[in-house]
Write a protein that binds this ligand. Structure first.
Ligand code: NAG
Length: 297
């Protein structure tokens, strides 16, 4: 099928559209609802929010009261809602297992511990999302605020569910979603024989055995994705009162902005609504300290 042909628009229509975009209400800047993922993800998204604000858009960020990095700034309005946990619980559930990184233990024990900590972190985000979506007053307020679009990081699928609930178009801003859920959401072809999978260290040229490895590796991750993402599908099903799958939630995006770059990633088939903007990943880097330099010598 010729993809290009489907996007050909008659010239007068195109001109009309351009004129509308220049003089229409769009030119005054839109109202954007931002549902960020906390942690390092927010550091990348914050820059996009700042840039959109600089271009005249009104930015409203929604976040639970207790969070890691999402603090008041002058380039957006912060709307918070009560966290369903105390500060102690938050610290314990989210950061309690960080010591694992420095521990030396048997691989299997490490794997089980990592699973456990992943599960408890996933639970924190899941409970936050429930708190937001079940907050009738806040939902009524957001619904009445006439937002034009939801900007969200789909690694935390709460924003996608909220966009669907409020019937607003969603723009996804992401590096990737584990388990190829982004690929399923965009419906890109994804042949195992040519596209190297996460952690396999394969390239896009694989021997037979490497291809077998490429097929087997994703299976282990599937379980993690299952426990971290299915609760959002249940939440969406409950709110929309019909059966919603995880892929339904992820395929809701109008535009996918990937913080990726084919200089770093192997080439793969993409869709017309996928835009790549490499170099935006945790843009606020700090120079390495002198100490780091000495240690590595
Ligand atoms: C948002 O408001 C519209 C119009 O008042 C209403 O039809 C819709 O049900 C509301 N949506 C939610 C999620 O409350």
């Amino acid at each position: 099928m010729d993809m290009a042909a489907r996007f050909l628009v008659p010239l007068p229509t195109l001109m009309g559209l351009l004129i509308f975009l220049c003089v229409g209400p769009g030119a005054e800047g839109g109202k954007v609802l931002v549902v960020p993922m906390d942690g390092s993800h927010w550091l990348s998204m914050k820059e996009a929010v700042q840039e959109l604000h600089a271009r005249g858009h009104q930015m409203v960020v929604v976040s639970p009261e207790l969070n890691m990095h999402i603090k008041e700034e002058d380039f957006f309005t912060l709307t918070t809602y009560a966290s369903p946990y105390t500060q102690d619980e938050f610290n314990h559930l989210l950061l309690g297992q960080t010591y694992l990184i420095f521990e030396r233990m048997h691989f299997l024990k490490m794997f089980l511990k990592a699973m456990e900590s992943l599960k408890s972190a996933a639970l924190v985000f899941q409970r936050s999302c429930e708190e937001l979506l079940h907050n009738k007053e806040l939902i009524r307020h957001l619904n009445a605020s006439s937002f034009e679009v939801v900007l969200t990081d789909p690694v935390y699928p709460c924003g996608a569910v909220l966009a669907k609930y409020l019937s607003l178009p969603a723009v996804f801003f992401l590096r990737s979603i584990p388990c190829d859920l982004d690929v399923e959401g965009t419906q890109c072809p994804n042949p195992s024989s040519y596209i190297p999978r996460l952690f396999t260290m394969n390239s896009d040229h694989m021997t037979f055995l490497q291809r077998v490895k490429n097929m087997l590796y994703p299976l282990a991750l599937k379980y993690i994705c299952h426990i971290s993402f299915t609760p959002y599908a249940s939440l969406a099903s409950e709110l929309l009162q019909r059966e919603v799958s995880m892929v339904d939630v992820f395929s809701f995006a109008s535009v996918w902005l990937f913080r990726g770059e084919f200089v770093l990633d192997y080439p793969r088939p993409i869709m017309p609504n996928m835009v790549f903007s490499g170099g935006r990943n945790c843009g606020q880097r700090k120079p390495l300290s002198q100490l780091n330099g000495q240690v590595s010598k």
